[in-house]
Write a protein that binds this ligand. Structure first.
Ligand code: PMP
Length: 304
């Protein structure tokens, strides 16, 4: 059965999710947050999305570390230790009886008044959802994804660092809507200077003359955990990889391209703005890395 099939099966299996909410496992119907929570009123909070495969959570530590750094950047003092958050994550997955899926951790600023002042919020709230994940349809992993450039730009780091995985994803949501309307499966986002940053929910890589290139995170992308794994795999497989600022010219003239993200994993990209990249088919270097990624996620991780 394809992954899409598994996802569908899992979705059907979980009639009502068990949610970890501020220290307790509760039924989905009872998992409620206040309308005065600043996570809802202002998008004031942080989140993580983590995958688990065959009973093991992939790169749990890295994801939790990023969650803590995002919270720290927002002056959001989390009352839970890393170990407690890890246990909450594992407990939630177990409570839902899942072996493969996706777990979402959300930390909000907590309940406050109607003003912006974060210091008036009583204490942060955390909830954890474990579920199936709707990946791109299986055939897209074989055929490759078509991407369109969005007019919505990544916000400048001078306003909010793209490293902060905050609950305010409106920029990405608007870009995704734009991409879908234009018939793309994903949207390419440029930074203010016009350099390639990333896609709306994935990092981007190209292959040129046998070398893998990806923009430095300082060009406006999230420092993706999957992106880091691609660097490790290139190292293991002896494939040259390097960070380089990229323009759309570099993408249009690349031999291959692919995207990475926890939810999407690694997926070939075969078109940008209706122009074929390379042969217009998933390339060999991408294929090799995508396969190696699939093996790696199933060969390590924190036991649930
Ligand atoms: N960029 C953005 C904007 C994201 O939201 C994500 C996560 N979906 C990524 C890149 C990929 O990061 P990761 O590999 O850590 O999931």
């Amino acid at each position: 059965m394809g992954k899409a099939g598994f996802a569908q099966q899992n979705r059907e299996k979980i009639m009502s999710h068990k949610i970890w909410l501020d220290g307790k496992i509760v039924d989905e119907a009872e998992a409620k947050v206040s309308v005065f929570d600043h996570g809802l009123l202002y998008g004031d909070g942080v989140f993580e999305g983590i995958r688990f495969y065959e009973g093991r959570v992939f790169r749990l530590e890295e994801h939790l570390e990023r969650l803590c750094l995002s919270a720290r950047a927002l002056l959001l003092k989390m009352p839970w230790s890393l170990e407690e958050i890890a246990q909450a994550t594992l407990e939630t997955i177990r409570a839902n009886g899942l072996k493969d899926g996706y777990v979402r951790l959300v930390v909000t600023r907590g309940v406050g008044d109607l003003g912006l002042n974060p210091h008036l919020c009583a204490s942060p709230s955390m909830f954890v959802i474990a579920s199936a994940i709707a990946l791109y349809p299986r055939e897209l992993y074989e055929r490759g994804l078509e991407v369109v450039t969005c007019s919505t730009r990544r916000p400048t780091p001078a306003s909010l660092s793209p490293q902060v995985k905050s609950l305010n994803y409106l920029n990405n949501v608007m870009a995704k809507a734009e991409a879908l309307k234009a018939g793309g499966g994903e949207g390419l986002m440029l930074n203010e200077q016009g350099y390639v940053a990333e896609c709306t929910g994935d990092n981007i890589f190209i292959v040129k003359k046998g070398k893998v290139l990806t923009p430095p995170v300082s060009d406006g992308s999230l420092d993706g955990i999957t992106r880091q794994v691609i660097f490790e795999l290139c190292d293991e497989l002896g494939i040259p990889i390097q960070e380089a600022s990229l323009t759309r010219y570099d993408l249009y003239t690349a031999d291959e391209a692919f995207l990475t993200g926890t939810a999407a994993e690694a997926i070939p990209m075969v078109k940008l703005d209706d122009r074929e990249i390379g042969s217009g088919k998933p390339g060999p270097v991408s294929g090799c890395l995508i396969e190696a990624y699939g093996k790696k996620v199933r060969s390590e991780g924190t036991v649930i």
